[in-house]
Design a protein around this ligand. Structure first.
Ligand SMILES: Nc1nc2c(ncn2[C@@H]2O[C@H](COP(=O)(O)OP(=O)(O)O)[C@@H](O)[C@H]2O)c(=O)[nH]1
Ligand SMILES: [Mg+2]
Length: 458
């Protein structure tokens, strides 16, 4: 039911300076007046101008004060949802926002579903679908770069591309349909022109998909596992990269028994850093489980930092781990270079020809900067300068673009041999897929899926 009045707490739970309860719908101003008592009795909410603030008390159904609140009103169509919107700023305690919401829900105002405010913004034409999806990208951005890309998308950047592609396809399609329907008046289709337009659109889609592979790294991040035998300095390395003491470090082998995950950004890339239990044969049951988990982490990691210990030398245990990381992207970090070196340059070169080897002392903070640099280098493999990035796509967008590309490709393939009707079918299918991205042809269930990903109150 569109246009009924809805409300939800828009700020996260927990203590904070303020919390915001947001309301949207035709009659929210009149309804809220029943429980909002402005300090200045002349400033009843339903009589206030759009985009004004009013201070006062919010009351419960017995007339008792719940909180001192500041109420803003944004009237349709100049609001986030395009409807009348009211935002109540109350104190940010655990209970107070909840009490305000309860009082509001007693006014024949329904609790909003997840993403319902943004969904209304879309349905009322305030945002197109790509912009609506950008809202969640902004909220979930894991790095400055992915935030920048999300903001770009929010300003309608992706939509421009999608609309341009759609326009080209519509143009070709109209031409072909006309030739099918009115062969005498319209004449033959200029196959070469159609071919070049289709090739152009296919090329643009191809570029967008290619670029999205690179931006994916900034959007989703990567996981980096720190592995090695016990006591080589894995947890110390985790702490050094985090710049805080997260993991327990001792000189007792087998200290880290479980995996520890933390998030950082390296060179603008969101990185999930995983410290693992040292891998070794052990009788200890808990440690055995840790070792097993370490092996799983290796298989899932995008990149492995394998830590060796200069002082301990290279042992059979090390070489067993080396076998486990065959085929993984990896960096060999030889730690504790401040101690007596029991691994020689020659030995390293001989055993690990072609590997990226970094010498470090976590204790003395040497080699860490180099490690960070190399992580970024491996992940980006020299692909792009950050500023070149323009397009970020989520799974849904990618899959719709791929479908469109497939049909455009097919159309080009059959165009010289098959009748125009067949060409028209492929074009229709391509347009259908692009329509999912411009929002012109988006199904209810797809909308449900998009907005259910949002939080309540957004
Ligand atoms: N001398 C020296 N000791 C280190 C270095 N890095 C770590 N250690 C020590 O090595 C021991 C094991 O470190 P830890 O990080 O717990 O190793 P893990 O078992 O691989 O996680 C601790 O006593 C650390 O203080 C280093 O670069 N130089
Ligand atoms: Mg450890």
């Amino acid at each position: 039911m569109l246009n009924d009045d809805i409300a939800a707490i828009s700020t996260p739970p927990g203590e904070g300076g303020i919390a915001i309860v947001r309301l949207s719908g035709q009659n929210v101003a009149e309804k809220i007046s029943a429980i909002f008592k402005p300090y200045n009795p002349g400033k009843r909410i339903e009589t206030r101008d759009s985009h004004t603030l009013t201070l006062g008390w919010l009351l419960d159904d017995e007339g008792d004060i719940i909180d001192e609140v500041l109420v803003s009103i944004m009237k349709a169509p100049h609001s986030y949802t395009g409807e009348n919107v009211i935002e109540i700023n109350c104190h940010g305690g655990n209970i107070v926002a909840q009490r305000c919401l309860e009082a509001i829900l007693a006014l024949d105002i329904r609790l909003a579903e997840a993403g319902e405010f943004t969904r209304r913004a879309f349905l009322n034409g305030r945002l197109d679908i790509s912009q609506a999806e950008a809202v969640i990208e902004v909220i979930r951005a894991k790095s400055e770069k992915s935030l920048k890309l999300a903001i770009k998308q929010l300003t309608g950047h992706n939509s421009q591309y999608m609309t341009a592609i759609e326009e080209q396809l519509l143009k070709v399609n109209a031409h072909i349909q006309a030739s099918i329907d009115f062969p005498d008046e319209v004449g033959d289709v200029d196959i070469n022109e159609v071919s070049s337009i289709l090739a152009g659109t296919e090329e643009i889609i191809e570029q967008m998909l290619e670029e999205s592979k690179r931006t994916d790294i900034y959007r989703q991040g990567i996981s980096v596992a720190i592995i090695g035998k016990p006591n080589v300095g894995k947890s110390s390395l985790l702490n050094a990269l985090l710049r805080k003491n997260r993991a327990i470090v001792t000189n007792i082998p087998g200290t880290t028994r479980d995996t520890i995950e933390e998030h950082i950004t390296i060179g603008g890339i969101p990185v999930k850093l995983i410290d693992t239990a040292g891998i070794r044969i052990t009788e200890d049951m808990v440690e055995q489980l840790g070792v097993k988990k370490s092996e799983e982490v290796i298989s899932e990691a995008d990149l492995v930092i394998w830590v060796l210990d200069f002082a301990a030398g290279i042992t059979e245990e090390d070489m067993e781990i080396y076998n486990k990381i065959a085929g993984k992207k990896r960096i060999v970090l030889v730690n504790k270079e401040d101690l007596e070196l029991n691994i020689s340059e020659a030995e390293l070169n001989k055993l690990f020809t072609g590997e990226r080897i970094i010498k470090a002392s976590v204790k003395e903070d040497s080699g860490i900067k180099n490690l960070e640099k190399q992580i970024a280098e491996i992940i980006l493999s020299g692909q792009v300068k950050q500023d070149d990035l323009k397009i970020m796509l989520n799974m849904r967008q990618k899959s719709a673009l791929k479908k469109a590309k497939k049909h455009i490709h097919e159309a080009q393939h059959i165009m010289h041999t098959a009748p125009l009707d067949c060409l028209a079918i492929d074009l229709e299918l391509a347009l259908e897929s692009i329509g999912e991205l411009t929002g012109k042809n988006i199904k209810e269930e797809v909308l449900n899926r998009i907005f259910h990903d949002f939080c309540i109150g957004k």
